[in-house]
Design a protein around this ligand. Structure first.
Ligand SMILES: Cc1cc2nc3c(=O)[nH]c(=O)nc-3n(C[C@H](O)[C@H](O)[C@H](O)COP(=O)(O)OP(=O)(O)OC[C@H]3O[C@@H](n4cnc5c(N)ncnc54)[C@H](O)[C@@H]3O)c2cc1C
Length: 417
């Protein structure tokens, strides 16, 4: 975008912000005051985003490209080791059972992820395809296949003999059907989020490393106190703090979002064994008779990833010790013995303890603070949020800029679970 186009877009968006405030918003004292565009009198910004995980980063990226002044604040830095987005890699798939809205968002997000990857000197997205394995064609698979067909997502259904021929490194014990999404794959999560933040900065956003506290509404903007004794005054504030949201808003969010402890493991194939590299093996998810395991081929020599998709114990994202458990390693090795026998005794070359931010209904949280509509609460990734970063960020940026006219769907609302 040229400088001039940026200026014009910014003016339009600011007019939009003012119009939305004047005509649309009712709740809370702050909202009753006429909104104003950012003025020279306020040493502030249009939008402060607290949390530079995948949700906050893409929201900053979209808002900065609309020409708004944006400050992105993170206590430990973008995609840090405690953040849910700080992992090595994540799965990008479109199949979602009956949840068509997530299938659509995943599909919408694929292109921006691919394009982001293409703009870097080394790839961030690996289009390996995503292979699903199951005992039988159940309702979830039927619904997924129907949605893939409706959305025009390239895929193929495979029987056990086809699966065995294509991927002899997979043992098909208990597998009666598979399907392959051609366009999905794996993304290098931490590096991708850091790239999004760099691009947001290049578009004008600034990054500040500081711990933010809960918002303090005031006449001119929202005050965000910072742990380093600083403060930010912003027209709008987005709290995209993932698993930290319940700590920042205990009364409001409390146990509506539960951070759960999740272990992931990386195993090393023998030197010269190419069967677990991205050209030979897609990203995969195994329904395993209701006890789901999933994983990625060895991207960039970091190891073959495998994880158990079952909600773990509650965890404090700030203070948790992140050593993995011997029981977790035993469990995952038992799975490997059954499904990837060549790796059953492979060395564990990496492991991480991360956390999901689980909402009861596993839907994301995207809503206004009930006492101040200038404050937005975003999170509840529920173990499947990463892939949606670009689409969620685009949607949230439209909401925050007052461009989105349709009401927020009930599933995202604070009141929904
Ligand atoms: C093991 C594991 C595997 C997963 N696999 C997949 C997958 O394959 N595909 C998929 O789509 N999703 C997956 N997910 C889910 C996905 O990673 C998350 O939904 C997503 O990363 C959530 O991002 P977020 O921005 O909401 O939170 P986070 O990434 O946690 O970011 C929140 C940020 O807020 C900052 N912060 C918190 N409090 C403050 C404060 N007071 N002041 C300033 N900064 C603050 C933190 O430092 C942090 O950087 C997985 C998650 C885990 C744990």
């Amino acid at each position: 975008m040229s400088r001039r186009e940026k200026r014009t877009t910014r003016r339009r968006v600011l007019q939009g912000l003012a119009a939305a405030s004047l005509f649309g918003w009712k709740a809370g004292d702050a909202a009753r005051r006429p909104a104003r565009a950012l003025s020279a009198r306020t040493a502030g910004v249009d939008v402060a985003i607290i949390g530079a995980g995948v949700f906050g980063a893409w929201t900053a990226w979209h808002l900065a490209r609309k020409g708004l002044s944006v400050v992105l604040v993170d206590a430990h830095g973008p995609a840090n080791a405690r953040a849910s987005s700080g992992g090595e890699n994540r799965v990008l798939r479109v199949a979602y059972g009956t949840a068509r809205h997530y299938a659509r968002w995943a599909l919408e997000s694929l292109r921006p992820w691919r394009e982001l990857s293409e703009r870097q000197s080394a790839p961030l997205f690996f289009p390996t395809g995503v292979l699903w394995l199951a005992r039988e064609r159940d309702a979830y698979i039927d619904d997924s296949l129907k949605t893939l067909a409706e959305l025009g997502v390239r895929h193929e259904i495979l029987d056990p003999s086809q699966l065995a021929q294509r991927w002899p490194q997979i043992s098909l014990d208990g597998v009666g059907i598979g399907f392959l999404e051609h366009d999905g794959g794996g993304i290098l999560a931490r590096r991708a989020v850091q790239a999004v933040v760099r691009e947001a900065q290049a578009a004008g956003a600034s990054l500040r490393i500081a711990a933010a506290r809960a918002p303090e509404p005031q006449a001119a903007g929202v005050r965000v106190p910072l742990g380093d004794d600083g403060e930010i005054i912003a027209e709008r504030v987005v709290y995209a703090c993932g698993p930290w949201l319940p700590k920042l808003f205990p009364g409001l969010i409390g146990n509506r979002i539960l951070p759960t402890r999740q272990e992931v493991y990386f195993f090393g194939a023998a030197a010269g064994d190419r069967r677990f590299l991205p050209r030979q093996l897609p990203v995969w998810a195994d329904f395993n008779e209701g006890d789901i395991f999933y994983g990625l081929p060895d991207l960039e020599g970091r190891g073959f990833k495998v994880a158990h998709h079952a909600f773990g114990e509650p965890i404090d994202p700030e203070t948790a010790d992140r050593r993995i458990s011997p029981a977790g390693v035993r469990e995952v090795r038992a799975f490997l013995r059954r499904r990837f026998p060549a790796l059953a005794e492979a060395p564990l070359i990496g492991a991480r303890v991360c956390q999901y931010s689980v909402r009861m209904n596993e839907d994301f949280l995207i809503d206004r603070h009930p006492h101040d509509p200038r404050v937005w609460l975003v999170g509840g990734g529920s173990g499947h949020g990463f892939k949606h970063g670009p689409a969620l960020g685009s949607y949230l940026a439209r909401l925050v800029a007052g461009e989105e006219k349709s009401p927020i769907p009930g599933r995202f609302r604070l009141s929904n679970g």
